[in-house]
Every structure is written in C-alpha cells, then in structure tokens.
Design a protein around this ligand. Sequence first.
Ligand code: SF4
Length: 344
Amino acid sequence: MVPLLGLNTEELRTVAATSGVQAFRGNQLAEWLYQRNARDFDRMSNLPPAFLESLQKHFIIGRSKIIITQRSTDGTVKLLLELSDGARIETVGLPYSSHYSCCVSTQAGCPVGCGFCATGQSGFKRNLTAGEIIDQVLSIGEILKETGNHGRGRVDHVTFMGMGEPLLNYDATVKTLKLLNNELGLSARNLTVSTIGQVPGIRRLSQEKLPVTLAISLHAPTDDLRHQLIPGFVRWTVAEIISAGRDYVSQTGRRLTIEYCLLNDVNDHAGEAQQLADLLQGLNCHVNLIPFNPAEGLPYTASPPQHVQAFSNLLAKRGIQVTERARRGADIDAACGQLKQRNC
Ligand code: SF4
C-alpha cells in the first residue's frame, strides 16, 4: 500500500485521474491531508464513494501513531511517534512569543554519531520519507488545535534539527521543504535546515532556489577539536564547511546561522571564542550558543553561566552577532534522542 502523505497536489491530481475521477479531486485530497489533518478516509466526505473505495484499495494515508506526549511547564511539547515499520522518532513543538515552531527528525537514529548527542549514541536505522517528516508537523499542529494553544493554533516555523542529519537524506528533506511551502503555506524564510557540515548537501541546497535558512552545527573552531566531538564525521575540514556556508550566503542572500553547543571546559574557553571569531570574520552570520542538555551516558556537562557569558561577550566584542538559546523543555526528556532512548 502506498502512503498518500508526502505527495504534492500535482501528484495527487494524477492519483485522482488514474483512479478515473476528475483531477480536481486531487486538490480536495490535498486539502484533507495537509489542511484538515485527516487520519482516515471516512472523514473525506466530499469525495465520491467510488474514488474513496479505490483509494482504500491501493493507498494508506501514512500518518504515524503518537506513542507518548510530554508537555513541559514552559509550553514545549515532545512527541514520540511510531512509524509503519515500528521505527520510533521524536518531534518537538516550541511556542515563542511571535510564532510556533516544530523541530522535525529526518532520520530514525543518526549515522553521524556526535559524542554529545543521545541520538548519535543510539545508532542509525533508516532515512525518513517526506511523508514521515511532514507528518510530524501535522501531529504537532493537532496538539496545538486540541489545546487551543498559541494564536492561530498552527505551526508557522519548521526547523530540521531533530534526530538525523537532513542533508544525508537530501531528497526527502527538499521534498518536505517544498510541501511545507506549497501545501501548508509556510514561508521558505520560516524553514531552517540544520547540518553538521555536509558540504556537498550545502552546495546542492544553495542551487534549489528555496531561500531557506541554513544553520551549520559547528561546535568547534578547529579540526582537532571537531574530530574529538564528532569522531565519525571527519570528511570535511572546518575551512571547507565555512567556505560552503559563505557560498550559500552569496547564492541565496540568506544570513547563515552557526550553531555552537557549549560544553564545559571542552570548547568554551576564550581561545576557542577567538578562533571562532577569526573564522567568521566578514561572513553574514549569527552565532547561536546552545546550552548542552545532559543525557545519561554522555561524558559532557553544560558550560556554567559565567563561561557562556564570557564566550558571548568575546564574540560580540569582535563584531560577531551572537544569541544564547534559552534552554527549553528542561523538565521533560529535552535532549534530542532521550525520549526515544527511554522508550525503545
Ligand atoms: S547532533 Fe545531530 S548530527 Fe549529531 S548525532 Fe545528533 S542528530 Fe546526528
């Protein structure tokens, strides 16, 4: 059975036409899938019975099962979702004063294996399909509607920062970006793809004519330190990654985000702040300092506030735009991969 979720309106029009009904029925189907969050065919009351019968014979909708819902006192919602083959992934909803963001996973597990990440320690199962990625946004959207939380009750920003490396699942990532843009009506500017520094993927994405924000998870200003933190991902040097980031900025006109997770006494000294500032001189970027979320079995601790402040001040003094990301969902299994680890 083929999942419908993940097909765009054009493809759904083809499904309709090949099922012997007028192509516009495909537009109605797209509305049920992406605007009205249909989880079963019975709700699709405006579709002809013969078309519904044919759909039920050959297709499934392709929604995941929500296994666990965790709600933080700060409004963060984390879901553990089960896919059709039993693989489990996480997705997170994050309310902000101006918008509501969903952080999606692009792979079940992750092949990169960062030493400070719970997902990286739990191995890699498989790539997700575009349908399985957009399903996460729809699932968080359902929770928003149920709770009447946040303004319009819909997700308006999506970050590809959950489990997995999006650019190692390039085709499904780009297809999802287009679905979010065209089917859910989200502005490309409100979509962020975060990569550990997969240089060929960055270069390919810059040619897509999709002005999405690119975030590079750098975490270290030198090759030696990066190899220590991300031992399985030594293919591209820091210089090559930043060069690809510079080209992305010039191709798309978008400001680059540099993600830097601060680990106590590992990458948070004044020396690393200076090296980072040297590296980023003249680049249209801002540095997002991320607080480390400790998880069982990981050999790192979070930088204390005085280290964070000193690191941030030093970058700012060197003319680098810098923000400190607030820790969210600290009272639920906030670190990426933690909720899955506990429940698989
Ligand atoms: S931080 Fe991202 S790239 Fe690294 S192991 Fe975790 S999920 Fe993979």
